[in-house]
Each structure stands twice: as C-alpha cells, then as structure tokens.
Design a protein around this ligand. Structure first.
Ligand code: PMP
Length: 353
C-alpha cells in the first residue's frame, strides 16, 4: 500500500546545495556569506529573554516589520516576513496566481525553485529562454500570455543584473500583471526596486537575510510591496503557518538591520573580491558573465562543469554544479574570504595545468 498522494509521488522537489559535514571544505557552493553575522546579532542572541521563547512570537513579526520598514523607507503594512525568502516566494504563488489562469512567466535559466513552487501550487508556467548572452529576454516575456512574472535580479546562477531603470520600464509596461522581483542578491548590486513599490501597485520585491546579512541559518526573508499585495501574502500565511518567523530569528534580524555599517563593510569586501576572482578566472580562460551577485558563473571550453566541480571537490573546494543543458558547461562559485578565494584559484591553476 502506497500512502503517498499522487502529488507527493509525482512532483520533482528542489535539490538544495550540499551541506557536507565531516571533512572541512572551502565551502563556495550555496552562496552563503563567508563573514559572520554582525556582532550585535550575537549579543542579542546571548541576551534573549526566556519569556520570548516561552511565548508564541508575533504572528506578523511586528518588530522586524518596523525595522525593515525603516530600512526600506516604507510603512510596516508594506512589509511581509517569512521563514526564508523561499517561504515568501512559495506563498506568493497561491496569493497571486490561479490554477486556471494564464500562469507565471519566468526564464528557463533562473532560480529553479520557481518551477517547483508552481508545480506544488498547481500554477501553469510560461518559460522564456534567456538570450544567448544569458541576459533576460524581456521583450519575449512581455509578449508571453501570463498573470505575472518572477524575475531574479541579479539572476541565479548567472549573476547578471538588470539596472533599476530597465526594470522600472518593464514594471510600468505591464500594469495588469504582477512583477515579483526576487532580490536575494540585490545588496551586492545596489539597484533595488523596493523604493518603486510605492509607485507601482503591481510590484512585489522579495529579499532575504541569508546572503548579505550572513543569516542563512536563521531562515528569514521578506517582501516589500503595496499593502494590498502584503495583505494577500498574510492571508496565505494564515492558511499555512501563523508564526513563520520565530522569536530568535526576529530578534537576530532586527539587530542585523540596525547594524548598517557592518552590513555595508561585508558587502563591500565581497564585491571587491568578486572583481578580483573574476579577473583571475578570465585570465585562466574561463567564460564568466559579469556578476552583480556574491557568486560567479564560470565555464571553460574543453572542461565540463562536472570535471571542474569533481576535481575541486576532491581537492577540498566545494562549488555548485547542475547536470542540465547549458548549465553543465559551468560551475557556480560563491565569493568567499580572500583566503578561501586564493585556495579556489590555486586549485583551479593545478587542475588546468
Ligand atoms: N532566491 C534566490 C535567487 C536564491 O538563490 C535563493 C537561495 N537559494 C533564495 C531566493 C532563497 O533564499 P532563502 O530562502 O535562504 O531566503
């Protein structure tokens, strides 16, 4: 007797990057931040009030909403917090897309969770291939019949970013469709659309604490948008999990948001290492699109992505590889500390020699 539903049997789940324990790797495979979170986060955690653990947290993560509203220059009613931006993205599918609607449109090469969420929530998809240079085919996306869009900006795993002005033209030209901008890596680019959510009721911006704030382990992400969109996400949350942001995560994320200086410093050093590592990879003969994120997408003629991935792994450096068309010619390398990046580059030199 198979007790699983047809859905549970039939769906292809998302595959998360390896989180290997045991052997110590130079871990450049899941776009984590190589620096620890702000010291203020650690102090806040050490000072947690037992009452905050004994009691349920605020269902809307109210204190964090306020801190984020201040950061983004909006009101708390324009902020929705969830258990990682993955959960915010997940809830956006039933909130804004119908099973019998025209569907959600996104690129063929982008964050692969969109397709999984769409399947899970029974939302049709309209997939538009990237251009040969890996940029988004925005005109083809405009021409697609759909209820709305998911656009990762910067895109994953290519790292390519779209400037705010170009994104604004896109959002403005589809007032009847929702545009969900997944800005998981935006702090490494600095062209966020969040300020434009006040002007465009069809724009939802989704961000995370996992990357630029070094808090992937906390699982917290958020959306910025018109209060009607935020209310829709709240309705979906309250059909699924009343308290997606736990008290510890809320306290940690408030502390992180309030330490702007630390955030800016770590982002700056990752951005500067990104240029250095990319230049070295180009010197070694890799093709590397210019990245606006905290990772580089690198491929080299005559070496498969799998070979590079496997030989780096054997040498103790973990990067990400996908055995899929186009992607299999590349690996995705998270930008680490200068020492981690040096280790990566040294191993690559060996592999190529
Ligand atoms: N969007 C993109 C483009 C990502 O790469 C990731 C990280 N896997 C996420 C969203 C989700 O991040 P998190 O759930 O940790 O906020």
């Amino acid at each position: 007797m198979d007790f699983l539903s047809k859905k549970a049997r039939g769906i292809t789940p998302y595959t998360a990057g390896e989180q290997l324990r045991g052997k110590t790797y130079v871990k450049l495979n899941t776009n984590e931040n190589p620096y620890p979170p702000s010291p203020r986060v650690m102090e806040t955690l050490a000072r947690m009030n037992p009452d905050d653990l004994r009691r349920y947290p605020r269902p809307d993560a109210g204190r964090l909403r306020e801190a984020l509203a201040a950061r983004e220059g909006v009101s708390p009613e324009n902020i929705f917090c969830g258990n990682g931006s993955d959960e915010v993205l997940a809830l956006s599918f039933p909130a804004f897309f119908d099973g019998d609607g025209a569907g959600a449109c996104f690129a063929d090469i982008t964050y692969s969770f969109y397709e999984v969420f769409a399947a899970f929530f029974g939302v049709p998809v309209k997939i538009v291939p990237l251009m040969p240079d890996f940029t988004l085919a925005l005109d083809a996306m405009l021409a697609a019949d759909c209820q709305g869009y998911y656009i990762a900006n910067p895109n994953a795993p290519t790292g390519i970013g779209i400037a705010r002005a170009e994104m604004e033209r896109f959002v403005a030209s589809v007032p009847d469709r929702i545009v969900i901008a997944d800005e998981a890596y935006m702090d490494f680019f600095g062209e966020s659309l969040a300020p434009l959510t006040k002007k465009y009721a069809n724009l939802l911006v989704i961000k995370t604490f996992s990357k630029s704030y070094s808090l992937a382990g906390m699982r917290c992400g958020y959306a910025v948008g018109d209060s009607a969109l935020i209310a829709g996400l709240m309705r979906m949350k309250d059909c699924f999990n009343s308290y997606p942001v736990d008290a510890v995560a809320e306290a940690a994320c408030v502390a992180a948001v309030q330490d702007e200086d630390y955030h800016a410093r770590t982002v700056k050093s990752i951005v500067s290492e990104r240029s250095r590592v990319r230049a070295e990879l180009l010197n070694m003969g890799f093709t590397v699109p210019e990245s606006k994120a905290n990772f580089l997408f690198a491929g080299r003629a005559s070496r498969s992505g799998e070979e590079i991935y496997q030989r780096l792994k054997d040498a103790g450096v973990l990067v990400r590889f996908w055995d899929k068309p186009v992607l299999r010619d590349f690996v995705r390398i998270t930008v680490g500390t200068p020492a981690e990046n040096d280790a990566l580059l040294a191993q690559l030199h060996q592999i190529l020699s």
